[in-house]
Design a protein around this ligand. Sequence first.
Ligand SMILES: C[S@@+](CC[C@H](N)C(=O)[O-])C[C@H]1O[C@@H](n2cnc3c(N)ncnc32)[C@H](O)[C@@H]1O
Length: 460
Amino acid sequence: MRIEKIEKMAEEKIAEDYNGATFLRECCMPTGIIESLDHDGRGITRLDGKTIFVEGALPGECVEYSSYRKKPSYEVAQTLRVTKVSGDRVTPRCPHFGVCGGCSMQHFDATAQVAAKQRVLEDNLWHLGRLKPEQLFPAIYGVPWGYRHRARLSVRYVAKKGGVLVGFHEKKSGYVADMRQCEVLPPHLSALLVPLRHLVVQLSIRDQLPQIEVAVGDQTTVLVLRIMAPLKPADEVLLRAFADQHRVVFYLQTKGPATAQLFYPLDAPALSYCLPEYDVEHFFSPTEFTQVNFAINRVLVRRAMNLLAPQAGERVADMFCGLGNFTLPIARSGASVVGIEGSADLVRRAAENAAANGLAGRVEYRVANLFEATPETLAALGHFDKMLIDPPRDGASELVSAFGDDAPRRIVYVSCSPSTLARDAAILVNQKGYHFRGAGVVNMFPNTSHVESIALFERD
Ligand SMILES: C[S@@+](CC[C@H](N)C(=O)[O-])C[C@H]1O[C@@H](n2cnc3c(N)ncnc32)[C@H](O)[C@@H]1O
């Protein structure tokens, strides 16, 4: 079952299970008291048996709202006026908040956001899996600003105004937000938004440059320009001058992500991030997957390692291993690791990283589509003592369903979707006999409704 369907089920389940809201009717606009937040950060209230998901409303608030989508069992609405304000409501730091689609929760105190995400996790586990973990792990969170080391910025040449916009899409339209700063990008990147407008407008291909992908490493900042037409010599001069002035590295991408090529400066240091606690450095190319928030990733890896507790002599699997974010710390512990990943490019990168960190002897990588895992393909990999699973939003139902009698005795599951975690946890507990030892949130994306989490399962 794919993620959209699961999320819709979650929405309908919340609508079904919800009880106890109080309602007031005033003027002609409906008014409701917000009980909790849903998985998109919208307030939940109820009117005449219907659940209303209210954007911009916080738990405990009384708001007037206007519905813009009406379904038989629920409606989606916009807050018009807050008549009782939550103590957790704060002034959004960014002037573009509300218009820009990059963030949805800057009006909510950062610590309260974490508590609300923990509740979303617990609600999903209960509504979709009928599960309660034995323990709630302390939430992992950090500084809520300047954390986004990767972003895909859209670029739009607005011929009528003779200008260029560079930024995220607006919340409710396909337009590029007219943004001049971004509080969740690292400050040096936010400071480039306006200079980038001035750069692009001077290029001959200003209307054929739809996107700039940014990737920040420990040593370097890369901007990947998606270009639909070749640069002219004068454009190249402008790019080189910009790179020198702002200390960034340009890549040019003519088609898909694999076509991204270093343009200037040719002697730029490679993109990389370190996990000092495990003495590893991961190198990556600007279009390859890495965790977005490096500071939180360090804590996440430490938590995963503490829960997994790999030992010398054990054989551990790192499923959906990407470029080896967890694989190399596991290998550093002395265990031998098999990393499995769907992208051949990432597996190549992961193998290079293992070699660069002197860990090639303890690590083996394989390319495999884990959405097609079967008991036979899993058995062919041999016995694993422990397993780390870090799937994309669709989760890992095929993988966990394929577990047989020889399944790992401990599983650490890192999830970016509470609804698919709930579904997969139910398979592990109800069908495969695991104990659900604990779960907790990881605030990888502060100021957005995105809920990342980590869970531990063990069997006797
Ligand atoms: C959330 S990322 C985790 C990557 C890595 N563990 C990390 O921390 O950087 C999920 C990974 O799953 C991979 N992936 C997506 N679909 C897959 C599939 N069907 N089979 C195997 N891997 C897949 C992606 O390429 C990506 O590297």
